[in-house]
Design a protein around this ligand. Structure first.
Ligand SMILES: CC(C)(COP(=O)(O)OP(=O)(O)OC[C@H]1O[C@@H](n2cnc3c(N)ncnc32)[C@H](O)[C@@H]1OP(=O)(O)O)[C@@H](O)C(=O)NCCC(=O)NCCS
Length: 141
């Protein structure tokens, strides 16, 4: 049964990646690991950029559009390589997250994040920088 579940999950992940990249036109590196429960903005899907070996966990929201008082804006939101985004984080429209970063659970990221940064909170603030953040946003031993 476990093998069947794994197989179904792999097929689902493949199909969802295909739909996100080929149907919606999102820019997602094939090595990125994206939870099936992550919400990537489908109103402006071509504005979604996710780099290599980046992890987007469950219930993360990546926004690429904004409707405020009827003025719609459609922007690019760019997440670099080797980033780990904790559960329930919200990445606001137009934000750029650099490479080798960690975004804390529940953060609301309202400003660009530099390489090798760990940010958390609402609004997300720099906790510290750490140049040992490596692939998939994991610390190198
Ligand atoms: C961001 C994170 C990596 C920081 O871990 P850490 O380096 O061990 O940081 P600490 O626990 O030492 O906390 C440092 C400070 O940041 C604060 N902080 C940590 N995580 C936070 C978060 N998600 N939101 C708000 N503040 C946070 C702590 O309260 C602490 O504040 P203080 O210095 O005022 O006491 C971690 O807290 C986190 O959010 N991990 C993601 C977990 C997750 O989503 N897992 C998904 C399933 S795999």
């Amino acid at each position: 049964m476990a093998k069947l579940r794994t197989l179904i999950r792999r097929i689902l992940i493949f199909l969802i990646h295909f739909i996100r990249t080929k149907v919606y036109g999102m820019h997602i590196h094939p090595s990125a690991l994206i939870s099936l429960k992550a919400q990537l903005d489908k109103t402006n899907p071509k504005g979604v950029y996710i780099g290599r070996k980046t992890v987007i966990t469950g219930n993360v929201v990546v926004l690429t559009h904004n409707y405020v008082m009827g003025n719609g804006t459609y922007v690019d939101t760019k997440i670099g390589d080797n980033v780990f985004i904790g559960t329930h984080a919200i990445i606001m429209p137009g934000i750029t997250i650099g490479n080798n970063c960690i975004i804390g659970a529940g953060s609301v990221v309202t400003k660009d994040v530099g390489d090798f940064s760990i940010v958390a909170g609402n609004p997300a603030k720099l906790i510290r920088t750490d140049n040992t953040i490596g692939e998939y946003g994991q610390f190198k031993k």
